[in-house]
Design a protein around this ligand. Structure first.
Ligand code: HEM
Length: 411
């Protein structure tokens, strides 16, 4: 039964309301913060305090997370009263296209860019992604070790792919990768984040202008055609391109590097991937690593527009909710022995791509890229190993997307 000691009466005593986000246990970099697990055991929803003193609801259990993410009374619009503020005082504000909108406008804009992410279209890209992965591994093997796997492998793969899809010249990658890093770093100042976002937006706006004049066979050109048709303003089109560029490489890159580290720390599981020729096992490994690592670790943030009764509580209109999916993916009601990495389990119900209307648009692409990577890297470099102590690795606790800053490896 729900324990309300952290919700009802405890709200009178400020110190009883836990602060969010909570620190991870440094020795267990793949596990959610222990305090989150405790909250999940106590109740499906709990009040937490954010840096600005506001106290939204933190939703810790899988069933309640999915129910709220699928509820029309729950808004993704950052301008709604009660929307939980960003992760830290430095994080700044700013809208990022349809990910921060509600239907029907969200659906109208999302529909404009769904086609290239459909499973069939994405499957047609698999041979090209395989060539990219093989080429990067060839380069690694031909050069000296150790190398930083993030720099030479994890980041280039999704970055090359999304650039190709959008029609952004990859030669410019250092410019937009650096700026995107700043945009997703919670410790960047609002000025730094704003400047980084303006730099990339200005660059994409320029490219859109070029595509209006001279269309090509790429996603930027089809977005540009919507400007010409009067369906999007130049500003809306730029925000959309920015969303796709950021979402398209930061996330998958972190899954590649953090996933590799998790596998190196679980040699029995790594051996399964190294030794299999079964694409089903590789696909299952991808789902389990997405569940286990859950890199979008600061939660799906929303505002409630009408009173909702759920989990023994009433969330009032105008209150904020944070569905912290990383602990939802460790809910023992749904996943047996949830803290164990088990590549053979059926983890497909995970919420690593969110749930409801905002569920990740790029998930077929991310899945395919990760399947190619996890199905290739450890076979081609069977002696791959960490080239530093685990304690020396810098984890991205300071970013909206969890991962590692660098991953020194040798073989
Ligand atoms: C492993 C990689 C990825 C992970 C873990 C991931 C995770 C997520 C999550 C959790 C959401 C939901 C956000 C919310 O409900 O507030 C989301 C949305 C989204 N993702 Fe991904 N993502 C990944 C890769 C990609 C890729 C490759 C793209 C390609 C462009 C992409 C594009 C998007 C877009 C456009 C949305 C917004 C969807 C909407 O609001 O309707 N993602 N992603």
């Amino acid at each position: 039964m729900a324990d309300t000691t952290l919700t009802g009466p405890a709200r009178e005593a400020p110190d009883a309301v836990p602060q969010f986000p909570m620190p991870r246990e440094s020795r267990c970099p793949f596990d959610p913060p222990p305090a989150l697990k405790e909250l999940q055991e106590q109740a499906p929803l709990t009040r937490v305090r954010l840096w600005d003193g506001s106290e939204p609801w933190l939703v810790t259990r899988y069933a309640e997370q999915r129910a709220l993410l699928g509820d029309e009374r729950v808004s993704a619009d950052t301008d709604q009263p009660g929307y939980p503020t960003k992760a830290s005082p430095e994080a700044g504000e700013g809208k990022l296209s349809f990910i921060m909108m509600d239907d029907p406008e969200h659906a109208r804009l999302r529909r404009m860019v769904t086609a290239p992410f459909a499973v069939k279209k994405v499957e047609a890209l698999r041979p090209a992604v395989q060539r990219i992965v093989d080429g990067l591994i060839d380069d690694m093997l031909a050069g000296p070790a150790p190398v930083d796997l993030v720099d030479v492998f994890a980041l280039p793969i999704p970055s090359l792919v999304i650039c190709e899809l959008l029609g952004v010249p990859y030669e410019e990658h250092e410019f937009f990768q650096e700026n995107t890093k700043t945009m997703v770093r919670t410790t960047a100042t609002p000025e730094e984040r704003g400047a980084a976002s303006r730099e990339v937006a200005g660059y994409l706006a320029g490219l859109l202008g070029k595509r209006i004049a001279e269309p090509k066979d790429d996603l930027l050109s089809s977005i540009a055609a919507r400007i010409t048709a009067g369906e999007l303003t130049h500003q809306q089109a730029t925000e959309m391109a920015l969303l796709l560029l950021i979402a398209g490489h930061e996330t998958t890159a972190n899954m590649i590097a953090l996933g590799t580290l998790a596998l190196l720390r679980h040699p029995d599981q790594l051996a399964l991937l190294r030794e299999t020729d079964d694409p089903k096992l590789v696909a299952s490994a991808v789902e389990e690593l997405l569940r286990y690592l859950h890199i979008t670790h600061l939660g799906r943030r929303r505002a409630v527009t009408e009173d909702i009764e759920i989990g023994g509580q009433v969330i009032k209109a105008g209150e904020g909710v944070i569905m912290v999916n990383e602990i939802g993916n460790r809910d023992p009601e749904v996943f047996a022995d949830p803290d164990r990495l088990d590549l053979t389990r059926d983890a497909r119900r995970h919420v690593a791509f969110g749930f409801g209307v905002h569920q990740c648009l790029g998930q077929p692409l991310a899945r395919m890229e990760l399947q190619v990577v996890y199905g290739t890297l450890y076979k081609r470099i069977p002696t791959l190993k960490l080239a530093c102590a685990l304690e020396d690795i810098r984890f991205k606790t300071d970013a909206f997307i969890y991962g590692v800053h660098e991953l020194p490896v040798s073989w």
